[in-house]
Design a protein. Sequence first.
Length: 176
Amino acid sequence: MLSRVYISLGSNIEPERYLKSGLNDLSSHFGQLLLSSVYESEAVGFEGSNFLNMVVGVDTDLSISELVSLFKQIEQDNGRLVGAKKFASRTLDLDLLLYDDMATLDPVELPRAEILTNAFVLWPMAELAPDLVHPLVDISYQTLWDEYDKNQQRLWPIPFSWTQVQADEASMINSL
């Protein structure tokens, strides 16, 4: 049986390039992707260039551990340094936000806590799945976004264009 998972993507080093590369990689592994808009935001937790962020939904039969391993490999394939500090500039950041309605701390925290605290995760999540209910607070993502203090973090939607390619094409593109 397939599970619906939501993934946040973020980058502030050549962000358009690395978001597109990350989307190509995800597409080659999962096929059809559900995409939020792309949002630009100021760095949170450190001084750095603005980030581009979005949320992607996919259906998968991979386990949580398999997904986390895959995301780490995609990050590394896109120039992310292993062991880099948490609050730093990065080429690509992939975080598993939700795995169906599972709540767990092992092997990673789900739902990911930053859904409730970071506008750059909550706004695209509310856009992509407005009626979906957060499994711990039992409130829809749209309602969470509506009630979120928008003065906490500045972010704004930006034009972004990515065309979903077939898995064969994505593999060819990524091997160039």
